[in-house]
Design a protein around this ligand. Structure first.
Ligand code: ABU
Length: 473
């Protein structure tokens, strides 16, 4: 093998060994400092030794997302078999549009869709791997639009009554992007009120639909969220499904974040009624701990998926009488299609249903126990009920209410820049909320105790600094 690849594999091995154990999640530099530390310019050629030095720098400044103190995003950690699968996918460099160029991975993707549909309850369902949760949601809207009026595929939306979509006020921004991408218009995306636990209120949903009809609009799509991005809230799927049926709307469930919780026997009740939905987005690259991207769009009616996405002028690639029923590109939005199936298939083969169930249960248990600790800690305030794996809270200490937003952002940034722990924040109305996310299936109680200790120690130090500055005038 070439010196470059040999050395790179060795460096990756070392990186992975240190990633989990390291006391620093990141060696933070600002964009200006990074520009000074690294030569980004392109033009002249470089030898192997120089390229290896760039690789060293890349690894040095990479955020260690597999470290148990990386609690910042909805993806965390990774299963070794999945990593092996992704490296194999890159090494074999193929495209998933035809069976011809990806025979084994195609069959794996088909098996995964079948397997995942045993959880969605779509008995004769189908699905496709997409480029991410946002695009899976876009596929939901596309299928819903096709189902509502197949002619729009050729005629476009000209002269149509405005077609309205209904999602919760806490639904992901991807619905807004999908609305403008598909020409439906963001004004026709109706945000429905949520309750104190950030779940859509079914009566408000029905009221909004009735109002839209009275205003001459054409409701066609409703989405429930199974695990909201900020609060991990689960909308009442069963009740929403009945409303969708009553008003003849396509019913999509966005499980981009919380979808994998369906693997847990104890918590599957959060998805009650999912079999009544029409489509379901499920990102395995989040809670199933496979490397990004592994986003699966599942659909109850295979004909809708096929017809909504198929196109003509494809004879050059999808040849007749050549295993075309296994040419996944026919029902995919993109042409070139990455092999995201191999890593998930290998991970699932290695872990199995039972261990995924147990690991997710354990993580849900950790989420409740850290919630209890936060509630018991006088300097902290829990800002939302913990429904799944997002814990929303803030540091209060003895600070006045007016200082809390600024203080909590500063605190979070300090923890990040020091590399101690990475945790994100979000907005709860006017209030800044620290959003702690548990997505790494290997997290332990000790990791979370360490997180709380870092958080409180750094907060108290920062609060003392402020008090000193204030008292010194
Ligand atoms: N749907 C993207 C979620 C981003 C994040 O908070 O990790």
């Amino acid at each position: 093998m070439s010196l470059l690849l040999d050395s790179t594999f060795e460096k990756i091995k070392q990186y992975l060994e240190s990633e989990v154990k390291s006391n620093a999640v990141v060696e933070y530099l600002s964009p200006k400092e990074l520009s000074a530390a690294f030569d980004f310019s392109l033009g002249k050629s470089h030898n192997t030794q120089e390229i290896l030095e760039y690789i060293d720098s890349y690894l040095k400044y990479a955020v260690k997302t597999g470290n148990p103190q990386f609690l910042n995003q909805l993806f965390q950690g990774k299963i070794s078999e999945a990593l092996a699968g992704d490296m194999l996918a890159v090494a074999t460099n193929s495209s998933m549009y035809t069976y011809e160029v990806s025979p084994l991975a195609t069959m794996m993707e088909m098996e995964l869709v079948k397997k995942m549909n045993t959880f969605s309850g779509f008995k004769n369902g189908d699905g496709t791997f997409s480029t991410g949760g946002s695009n899976s949601n876009l596929l939901g809207l596309l299928c819903g639009r096709y189902n509502h009026n197949p002619k729009l595929k050729s005629s476009g939306l000209f002269g149509q009554k405005p077609m309205t979509m209904f999602v919760s006020e806490k639904a992901h921004y991807s619905f807004q992007k999908a609305a403008f991408t598909l020409g439906l218009g963001t004004e026709n995306l109706i945000r429905v009120k949520t309750d104190n636990a950030h779940r859509i209120i079914p009566a408000e949903l029905e009221k909004a639909i009735v109002k839209a009809i009275e205003n001459g609009k054409d409701p066609f799509f409703i989405a429930a969220t199974a695990g909201t991005t900020e609060f991990g809230a689960f909308d009442p799927i069963d009740e929403m499904a009945d409303i969708a049926k009553k008003y003849n709307c396509w019913f999509h469930v966005d499980g981009s974040w919380g979808g994998s919780i369906i693997l847990s026997n104890n918590h599957r009740h959060l998805f009650n009624g999912i079999h009544k939905s029409d489509s379901f987005s499920w990102n395995a690259h989040k809670l199933m701990n496979v490397p990004l991207i592994a986003s699966i769009f599942l659909v109850k009616d295979p004909v809708v998926l096929h017809n909504a996405l198929s196109s003509s002028e494809t004879e050059y690639i999808f040849h007749e009488n050549e295993n075309e029923s296994c040419d996944l590109g026919v029902k995919s939005l993109q042409c070139g299609k990455r092999n995201d199936a191999l890593k998930l298939w290998l991970a699932w083969k290695a872990i199995g249903d039972e261990a995924y169930d147990q690991k997710i249960n354990a993580l849900m248990g950790l989420a409740q126990s850290i919630t209890n600790k936060i509630e018991a800690e006088p300097d902290l305030e829990l800002l939302a009920p913990t429904q799944s794996l997002n814990i929303n809270f803030r540091y209060c200490g003895k600070l006045p209410e007016g200082d809390l937003n600024k203080f909590n952002v500063e605190l979070r940034n300090k923890l990040w820049h020091q590399g101690k722990t990475m945790v994100n924040y979000c907005h709860l109305g006017e209030t800044i909320s620290i959003r702690l996310v548990l997505a790494n299936l290997n997290l332990t109680k000790a990791d979370l105790d360490k997180f709380l200790q870092h958080f409180l120690t750094t907060a108290k130090a920062l609060e003392n600094e402020r008090t000193l500055v204030n008292s010194n005038g």
